[in-house]
Design a protein around this ligand. Structure first.
Ligand code: ATP
Length: 231
């Protein structure tokens, strides 16, 4: 997440319990099943009747309707325009994805999230009013490349293009040393936020605490400084 998407996520209503997902491909189905598992009521729609039936059989959604989302009356009839948040999960059909997003925004749906399959697609979605655009293939590909090239970085939160919070395995070199001895701020320009072992984290750990190589640490700093860690 970055600053530009922060405004979008802040504007979502906390009491909203319902979502509509248009397009039941792999991405749309995954959004449906996760929302459903988290206890939200999901209306799934697709132009393909078989996909609609499958979503119901597999209990990915509470309700499912077959419709062509490029037709405004169909969206209206299915009650989709009343939803607070609608996810347009149509990646491969550019025209359909754009028209659907345009229809939803022109009809006043407050929050429209749309999946883009390319940069140009994403730009077009923003032009027609999408409130948040996601690039799942691009994001998954970048995450995979990062974990292949920096396997010690277990998790990462990008604050901006130059600064991050990362969860890393405690480097071999740090094994058995106290936090004071490591001098992370002086030597690396990094601040230690937490240390973790056995899936439990200690926030603002005591500086006298010793670190061990099977533990993890969470640090904040510039990417350049993070890259200097002996991991
Ligand atoms: P993946 O399956 O990899 O997630 P995707 O999300 O890019 O791919 P698409 O192939 O773009 O998926 O299609 C998503 C779904 O959108 C398909 O099930 C397709 O039938 C549906 N769809 C396409 N056009 C429309 C439309 N006009 N109205 C409703 N659903 C549509």
């Amino acid at each position: 997440m970055n600053f530009s998407s922060l405004g979008f996520f802040r504007s979502l209503r906390r009491d909203n319990k319902q979502f509509a997902v248009i397009g039941l491909g792999r991405f749309g189905r995954s959004v449906c099943s996760s929302l459903h598992r988290l206890g939200y009521e999901v209306l799934g729609t697709d132009i393909d009747e078989k996909r609609v039936a499958q979503a119901v059989t597999e209990q990915l959604v509470a309700h499912a309707v077959q419709l062509d989302s490029t037709e405004l009356p169909a969206l209206k009839e299915a009650g989709i325009l009343e939803f607070d948040t609608v996810i347009v999960a149509i990646g491969n059909y550019l025209q359909e994805s754009i028209i659907t997003t345009l229809n939803l925004k022109e009809a006043g749906v407050p929050h429209v999230v749309a999946k883009a399959s390319s940069e140009v697609h994403g730009k077009l979605l923003q032009r027609v009013g999408a409130d948040h655009v996601v690039y799942p293939e691009y994001e998954a590909g970048s995450a995979l490349a990062r974990s292949l090239t920096q396997p010690s970085i277990l998790d990462r939160f990008d604050l901006d293009p130059n600064h991050s919070i990362v969860e890393v395995s405690v480097p071999e070199e740090f094994h058995g040393k106290t936090i004071t001895e490591l001098q992370l701020r002086n030597r690396y320009g990094l601040n230690l936020l937490a240390i973790g072992q056995d899936e439990r984290f200690e926030i603002n750990p005591d500086p006298t605490k010793r670190l061990y190589k099977n533990w993890v640490m969470v640090v904040i700093g510039s990417n350049r400084d993070i890259d200097r860690l002996p991991i």
